[in-house]
Design a protein around this ligand. Structure first.
Ligand code: PLP
Length: 364
């Protein structure tokens, strides 16, 4: 069976070998007679799946020993609240402050949520006329002395804007890595908290990964519910309540797939190559355009517009016929967006580039 290429921003494509493996194991996981979705999260079978997934993720990202890896629910959107609730010190909202960098739609959502708990200092914003086309440079950041942490969005999934560097601060650095985690090696020790909804580059929706430095756990603001306190989950190996077991299992298969491919260094080379050739095709044409400053262009989410927006619907219909799915841009930006996460084969990007050239030749 030949499957089309799905450019969805999330939930996104999963690696085909992972889906095949899940299918093989669907009715009977390793002779257990159970589907993973039917297992007790406290049984030895699932505990081995969960432990292996964590070990593989730690190996892939070289997570230092003084970090906890949590497998939670609620999406990155819940982390917009959990990070301030767990990191802000100070008894009253008036005494609580945090720095945020605003580089796009997801930054804005994180900022709006943080404002429920703290005085938010916008350390930098690259919004111009309602759009975002770059990340700020380090020397543009104005960090406040009383901030408990600095939050940023390394990759803005909607605008396709990516930080070409890791911001420096003497406070804990919090990163929403939903759409960039596992796309390349990172130095986890630079971060206080890394979080990511799974449905872009990790696995299916319903799982949220949080990597948190141990010293940041255990002093939530007064009134924080148990489920929103990192300590609850850290103390219970993410099994305080029923975790998203099947999503955790599929994420584990994705981690194994990445390890089989040689880990994140190899993945990074492939991702960079995929993105470069797509941007080169866009830049090499007068018909397609991407507004993002070249050094801030995302490897994972590539928005582009057609010179004549009245052809958008035809482009999407033709792409669909060619087996290229979900290329419609986010409603707030318009145009097209090709999300090319780890699971998108290079051949899928080649097919898109070929379709774009053909569309331009016949319709442009
Ligand atoms: C998708 C996305 C989110 C939202 O994730 P949910 O899991 O749906 O809450 C937040 N931040 C970024 C950068 C994203 O790409």
């Amino acid at each position: 069976m030949s499957r089309p290429y799905n450019f969805s921003a999330g939930p996104a494509m999963l690696p085909e070998p992972v889906l095949q493996r899940a299918r093989e194991e669907m009715l009977d996981w390793h002779g257990s007679g159970m589907c993973v979705a039917e297992m007790s999260h406290r049984g030895k079978e699932f505990l081995s799946i969960a432990g292996q997934a964590e070990a593989d993720l730690r190996e892939l990202l070289a997570v230092p020993d003084n970090y906890k890896v949590l497998f939670l629910q609620g999406g990155a959107s819940l982390q917009f609240a959990m990070t301030p609730m767990n990191l802000l010190r100070g008894a009253s909202p008036a005494e609580r402050a945090a720095d945020y960098i605003n580089t796009g739609s997801w930054s804005k959502k994180a900022i709006a949520e943080a404002k429920r708990f703290a005085a938010v200092n916008i350390a930098a914003s690259t919004e111009q006329d309602g759009t975002f086309t770059r990340a700020p440079a380090q020397d543009e950041l104005s960090l406040s002395a009383d901030a408990a942490y600095l939050h940023y969005t390394p990759n803005e999934t909607i605008q396709g804007v990516e930080f070409p560097y890791v911001p420096q601060t003497d406070k804990p650095l919090v990163a929403d890595m939903s759409s960039t985690i596992l796309s390349r090696p990172i130095d986890v020790s630079k971060f206080g908290i890394i979080y990511a909804g799974a449905q872009k580059n990790i696995g299916p929706a319903g799982l949220t990964l949080v990597i948190v430095r141990e010293d940041l756990i255990g002093q939530p603001i007064t009134g924080t519910p148990a489920m929103l306190d990192y300590k609850t989950h850290a103390d219970n190996d993410s099994m305080y309540n029923t975790p998203p077991t099947y999503a955790w299992y599929l994420a584990g298969l994705v981690f194994q797939w990445l390890k089989d491919l040689g880990g994140l260094k190899g993945m990074a080379e492939i991702n960079q190559r995929k993105a470069s050739k797509l941007y080169a095709a866009i830049d090499g044409s007068a018909f397609y355009a991407n507004p993002v400053q070249p050094d801030c262009r995302s490897w994972m989410n590539v928005p582009f517009t057609l010179a004549d927006a009245s052809l958008d619907a035809d482009f999407l219909a033709g792409a669909q016929d060619a087996g290229l799915l979900t290329l419609k841009g986010h409603r707030s930006v318009g145009g097209m967006r090709a999300s090319i996460y780890n699971a998108m084969p290079e051949a899928g990007v080649d097919a898109l580039i070929q379709f774009m050239a053909e569309f331009e030749r016949t319709r442009g």
